[in-house]
Design a protein around this ligand. Sequence first.
Ligand code: MTE
Ligand code: MO
Length: 428
Amino acid sequence: MVCQHERHLTRTRARARDVGGRLRRFGRWLGEPLPAPPARWQRGPFRDGAFSSPARSARLSTHLGMALAVAFGVCFTTGLLSHLAQHPPAGFDWPPRPVQFYRVTQGLHVATGLATVPLLAAKLWAVYPELFRWPPARDAAHAVERISVAMLVGAALFELVTGVLNVSLWYTPMPFYFPAAHYWTAWLAVGAILIHVGVKLPVIRDALRGHRAAELTTAVDGVPAAGGATRRDLLGAVAAAAGVITLSTVGQTVAPLSAISVLAPRRPRIGPQRLPVNTSALAAGVAGAAADASYTLELVGPARSVRLSLAELNALRQHTVRLPIACVEGWSADATWTGVRLRDLAALVGVDARHAEATVESLQRTGRRRSSVVAGPHLDDPLTLLAVRLHGEPLHPDHGYPCRLIAPNRPGVAQTKWVGRISFEERP
Ligand SMILES: Nc1nc2c(c(=O)[nH]1)N[C@H]1C(S)=C(S)[C@@H](COP(=O)(O)O)O[C@H]1N2
Ligand SMILES: [Mo]
């Protein structure tokens, strides 16, 4: 027995030594110099001293990197919140309060994303001479690191380009489903950033301590070595560019700044009934069905169903609320809505809103935004309405006539317009 046990131990130890040895050999192999390419290929940008701007330095790269980390951190976190609001995992209910929460987080998401554009451009300018490092890869470890940087640059550019295209409502150059691609690439970018920061930690530490040894060029801070812009000039220009971009777009969600929001595709108070429109009735193909005088709203419950004409819907108890439309594309605007509480409609078909969920369907026949689910606390919330009026007037066709969903702290995509049917299901 004892003998067998000892033999087992010896074998295990030998195997552990074996694995350790293999890892060490792999480590040595990773660090072994790769054969250098022929010297005659070292031309053009590959020449020593091909890049001579005194503004470029490890300090500049580090400072830009830190600004990018902050902007990307805010953008990533708010993006995750938006994902959570639109795809709540089983057992989780996105809360209906604070009423303006989604509006603020999504506004921040788009604003920080847009401000990142000049930051990333400057960062790429600061480090692109690295692309022409000679030799291209010193050893296998260096080659792996360079590939991870390529991944980082690719993912960051993809996020910014698709984000800007989406904000500008220009889907043609995106032959994929934007939210899924944008979401998964964000994880790729985060992973690559963590690897990158880990690898660069010694450089970052040196640069932050102000070690001049870490500088790529011989420029003294603020004093150009051979004329041209300094690091401070460049950081100033980048900050100014980010400021201009923010000021010329943030008015799409911060109403007092809307007058100077010349680059924002949508602005509060501009549109029918002083509210921007995402999809018009014509574009959704509902202009006919929505205007039909024989329209009825269908309420479907587990035990019975009810059909209401528009006159009957208008005769139910009405409530007026002030709630924003907060589009995922970054614009948002407050408005005054009047209509029937969704929980009162649930009661009409014998459903207790505290233990139910509703699927709200549009008269629109196709499209991803034709229906939405109102779950848990949203369904029972006194602010959740099937609205028939906007600013006291019947809804404009483009805002969802004859009726539309409006609920607190909810992404615009889930505020379904031109509602034709609501199905209630009881939840345990
Ligand atoms: N049926 C339907 N409802 C919809 C949409 C849609 O395309 N179809 N767009 C949604 C989006 S993305 C937004 S931001 C809001 C905008 O509402 P508004 O056009 O009344 O401002 O409506 C939402 N409701
Ligand atoms: Mo939207």
